[in-house]
Design a binder for this molecule. Structure first.
Ligand code: SAM
Length: 240
């Protein structure tokens, strides 16, 4: 029996459109928040989207950040960790990616309060950002409380799968750190199973001990209130 295979929808350069299963919008934003969100240019890392950068040219991160090492936070939620890291490490630059508009609005308020300028924001899917980050440009990456996707048939949507780990590995510098925090035991299992074969070595430390510069995120606080416990895992890009 012949099977019909539908052709994936492609961008003009041949790369496939990607499905995004998360939430893009929450409760209605105030007009002042909408106004602020409409001008994110000063915080942009450069031309990332297909509309702005149809040729998918690599970002000129040196022009944007100078010689600072560049870190990346994937799915920053309300932005507490992103702003905390920018304030704690003023000699670094941090790019945060987050498609949830209400989270970006929360981040903007925190940036104003903290007065930090060493960060950039991409309000979208990190995979689109990966496409235009040059090889080895990122010195550290953070994945804090990624969406759990509890049902077994949804586990392939988790970040710790090859669709995400392969481009993450490419953009990280050799020896760069990749930190993962999660409160979901099955996410720990999948992380430990899938991250090392994607070209990472695990750094051995107790999983219940956060990093010295950690700040507890909104999602971590929610997990603790609901009786779940944090797990912290560290990997380094390993090319052996
Ligand atoms: C459970 S929340 C955790 C938020 C925050 N890191 C924290 O600890 O409070 C997961 C976040 O990842 C974001 N996310 C999911 N898929 C993403 C993707 N492909 N690119 C960037 N962010 C993504 C979601 O929008 C959501 O805000």
């Amino acid at each position: 029996m012949s099977q019909r295979i539908s052709k994936p929808r492609l961008h003009p350069d041949g790369t496939p459109w990607r499905n995004f299963y998360g939430r893009i919008r929450g409760k209605t934003l105030r007009p002042a928040q909408e106004a602020r969100l409409s001008d994110l240019d000063p915080l942009s890392p450069g031309a990332v989207t297909y509309e702005e950068n149809p040729q998918r040219l690599p970002l000129d991160l040196q022009a944007r950040f100078g010689d600072r090492p560049i870190w990346l936070e994937i799915g920053f939620g309300g932005g507490e960790h992103l702003v905390h890291m920018a304030a704690t490490h003023p000699d670094m630059a941090i790019i945060g990616a987050e498609p949830y508009v209400n989270g970006v609005a929360m981040l903007l308020r925190k940036i104003d309060l903290a007065g930090v300028s060493n960060l950039a924001v991409f309000p979208g899917d990190v995979r689109e950002l990966f496409d235009v980050i040059p090889d080895g440009a990122i010195a550290k990456a953070f994945l804090n409380y990624p969406d759990p996707w509890h049902k077994a048939r949804h586990h392939r949507r988790r970040f710790v799968t090859p669709d995400y780990l392969a481009p993450l590995h490419r953009v990280l510098a050799k020896g760069a750190e990749f930190r993962v925090a999660t409160d979901i035991p099955d996410y720990v299992r999948q992380t430990l199973e899938e991250v090392p074969p994607a070209g990472f070595a695990r750094v051995d430390h107790p999983m219940d001990q956060p990093w010295s510069d950690w700040i507890s995120t909104r999602y971590e606080q929610k997990a603790l209130r609901e009786g779940r416990f944090p797990n912290y895992m560290t990997f380094i890009r390993d090319d052996a």
